[in-house]
Design a protein. Structure first.
Ligand code: ZN
Ligand code: ZN
Length: 391
């Protein structure tokens, strides 16, 4: 027994021999008969499986194969295990050490799940040792503190980390959007610059337009003043016209009264036909002159300005005009224009009369072009000097 136990110790070097008492008090469950037996009543095979001695005898009496992994078993390979089973105090101390090591490794980078698991382990361990020593009361308090403070803090930290991730993603989206917005803003800025320059131009044009409008209003004021003056002048002219009309009416009345007088004189002359001829001739001269005056008044225009003063008609020979009307008032041209008072020799007048009957005129009256030059040959001075039209 002593030799075989030495061999088995060397085979299972990691198994530490402990006192027999512990090995006899500590129980294991047989996987075949499911009963609890002390550790020393078990035997193990190289496949790792071990059974109680009664069940091993049963296996070798039928089919020597492991009921777990079906490996062929040999009786000489069956051996006892010597394991160091700790006391409950030692077990608790070891658990505490494990927990302390686990907490010492925990920091801010630890996952929430591992922190929660550590909390659960701590809680279970404290419950296991509850109702015992005072040394664990502070540990219990620490567990409560851990549950109340640290786990929520870690949970919050993890939520915040998730939130930060979400915010980072949103920030990336926002940055992308911002880049897009910046690219859209650039054309708008150009547009804005154009619109500003247009605005400047429009303002300049507006100022110009305001200046023009002011000029136009001043011009309008001037024109209105001029219009008022013109209206005043028209008014004055109308008044003057009225005055002339009245004057003309007066003259017409005078002429009418003179006509009546002439009629009376005619009658008188008819009565006195039997009287000497010298007297008769004188009265006829007077009659003729007065008649011509009347006809001249009838022919004169409204805007006659000078007083109607007959010139020395009595000193002149009587006119040979067809209707016997004389137009010798100052500033009063007759219908055919002013006539010359020149008395040409008889031969010239005869010649002109002959020419006019034949449709010919020798330059009298002068016919001029727009620049005042004669249109046909004109004789001036002696017969040798001729002034011909420029062709
Ligand atoms: Zn058994
Ligand atoms: Zn086995």
């Amino acid at each position: 027994m002593s030799k075989s136990s030495t061999t088995q110790r060397s085979t299972f070097a990691n198994i530490v021999t402990t006192d027999v008492h512990t090995m006899n008090t500590h129980l294991l469950r047989c996987q075949i008969c499911l009963n609890l037996h002390p550790v020393l009543q078990f035997k193990f095979f190289p496949c790792g499986h071990g059974f109680c001695t009664a069940c091993i005898e049963n296996i070798f009496s039928h089919n020597p194969k492991c009921p777990h992994c079906r490996v062929t078993l040999r009786r000489r390979e069956a051996h006892v295990v010597y394991i160091d089973i700790p006391s409950p105090e030692e077990e608790r101390a070891a658990k505490v050490e494990t927990l302390v090591e686990g907490f010492a490794q925990m920091d801010r980078n630890s996952k929430l799940i591992s922190v929660e698991n550590a909390g659960k382990k701590l809680n279970a361990f404290v419950k296991e040792v509850e109702g015992g020593q005072d040394t664990y009361s502070s540990l219990l308090q620490a567990v409560e503190d851990f549950k109340e403070r640290i786990i929520p803090a870690f949970r919050k930290a993890e939520e915040q980390a998730k939130e930060i991730e979400t915010l980072k993603k949103k920030l990336e989206v926002c940055q992308h959007d911002l880049a897009g917005s910046v690219s859209r803003v650039k054309p708008l800025e150009k547009e804005l610059g154009k619109m500003r320059s247009n605005l400047c131009q429009v303002e300049q044009e507006r100022d110009q337009a305001i200046g023009l409008a002011e000029q136009a209003s001043q011009e309008t004021i001037r024109l209105r003043q001029r219009l008022a003056r013109t209206e005043q002048e028209v008014h004055d002219l109308q008044a003057e016209t009225k005055r002339y009309k009245e004057h003309l009416l007066q003259q017409a009345n005078i002429a009418r009264s003179q006509n009546k007088k002439i009629e009376r004189l005619k009658k008188d002359s008819n009565k006195s036909k039997a009287q000497p001829t010298q007297e008769n001739a004188r009265s006829e001269v007077v009659l003729e002159s007065e008649k011509s005056v009347t006809q001249s008044y009838d022919a004169c225009e409204v805007d006659l300005e000078m007083p109607l003063t007959p010139s020395s008609s009595l000193e002149r020979p009587l006119s040979t005009h067809a209707n016997n009307v004389r137009h010798d008032f100052e500033a009063m041209p007759p219908p055919g224009g002013f006539r010359s008072d020149w008395q040409l020799p008889d031969k010239f007048s005869k010649k002109r009369k002959r020419d006019s009957e034949n449709g010919r005129t020798d330059g009298f009256p002068l016919s001029l072009d727009t620049k005042g030059r004669p249109l046909r040959t004109v004789q001036l001075g002696t017969r040798r000097t001729l002034r011909a039209p420029l062709r």
